[in-house]
Design a protein around this ligand. Structure first.
Ligand code: SF4
Length: 292
């Protein structure tokens, strides 16, 4: 398997076969994102993808049960190509159970529900989408390139097609001033989407990103760790989903919190309230230990 540049994948895909079908991200506008800086978006030649799959060792082909399509948004590929790829993967990998990928709202919106259903039936079981914020002003200031309503519509289409959703949001990106507004609005947007999985990260500034410049110039002031936990509390309090696994235990977070919503909401809020009431007793992750 050949890879070009840094390849990222969700932590839960650690054991999946990571297959690059595109390079970079077709959007690549988000101020906080340094993932694909210096890696212009390109579609990987399909013949190369096929060669890599065919070249896998026979024992691995037999055992491989999960594939993650990289890089940033494999769903940008035309429908016909995606269906061809999924069909080829299932033909080559007899134990394959699920194929997942990142997606952005833009490329989900370009497909109709019927096309998304076709992809689900062909084996695309889940997509990971960065909502980042449910606050319109924050999304616009971060140059996400879509509105909150478009994010919600895109996610609802995927859900209607039977594709599971894992949605990521970021604490801190609204700055101190809109921190609680961002927390609440994000909880409300998540409620409107009703995803199966919710992952919350805490902003880590990457050099070379536009947000790093804004912070340096004093244009954006980030909440401190306790401020981020207040924001998280506001978010969780506003989430009303039918059955969602909530995790904010990523290495970027100051405090691991997780549970199943709605039933674990009181426990998670109580844990945050205890830390906010007695921060001196809390064991927050030291700044230097945080990572992406
Ligand atoms: S956050 Fe996602 S959509 Fe935005 S530039 Fe990064 S990979 Fe692309």
């Amino acid at each position: 398997m050949r890879y070009e540049g840094a390849v990222i994948r969700p932590p839960i895909e650690a054991d999946s076969l990571i297959l690059q079908v595109t390079y970079g991200c077709s959007n690549n506008t988000c101020d906080f994102c340094g993932t694909y800086l210096g890696k212009p978006f390109r579609v990987r030649p399909y013949a190369e993808v096929v060669e890599d799959i065919e070249g896998l060792p026979a024992w691995y082909k037999k055992e491989c049960s999960r594939v993650f399509l990289a890089d940033g948004d494999a769903l940008v590929l035309p429908q016909r190509r995606l269906l061809e790829l999924l069909s080829f993967l299932f033909a080559q990998l007899p134990s394959l159970e699920r194929v997942t990928s990142y997606a952005n709202a833009q490329n989900l919106l370009k497909k109709d529900v019927e096309q998304l259903r076709e992809l689900r039936e062909a084996g695309l079981t889940m997509v990971y989408l960065g909502l980042e914020s449910g606050d319109e002003q924050t999304l616009a200031e971060m140059n996400k390139g879509v509105t909150v309503a478009q994010q919600i519509e895109a996610c609802r289409k995927a859900k209607a097609a039977g594709i599971e959703l894992s949605i990521t949001c970021i604490l801190g990106i609204a700055g101190v001033e809109r921190s609680l507004i961002h927390g609440r609005a994000t909880g409300e947007a998540l409620s409107a989407i009703d995803p199966e999985y919710i992952g919350v990260l805490s902003l880590i500034i990457q050099e070379g990103t536009r947000i790093a410049n804004r912070i340096r110039q004093g244009d954006l002031v980030l909440p401190d760790p306790l401020g981020m936990l207040r924001e998280l509390r506001e978010m969780i309090a506003a989430i009303d989903v039918t059955n969602g696994l909530f995790r904010s235990n990523h290495a970027s977070n100051y405090l691991p919190i997780g549970g199943r919503l709605p039933q674990d909401k009181p426990r998670m809020l109580a844990a945050l309230d205890a830390v906010l009431a007695h921060p001196e007793q809390a064991r927050l992750r030291p700044e230097g230990w945080r990572a992406l």
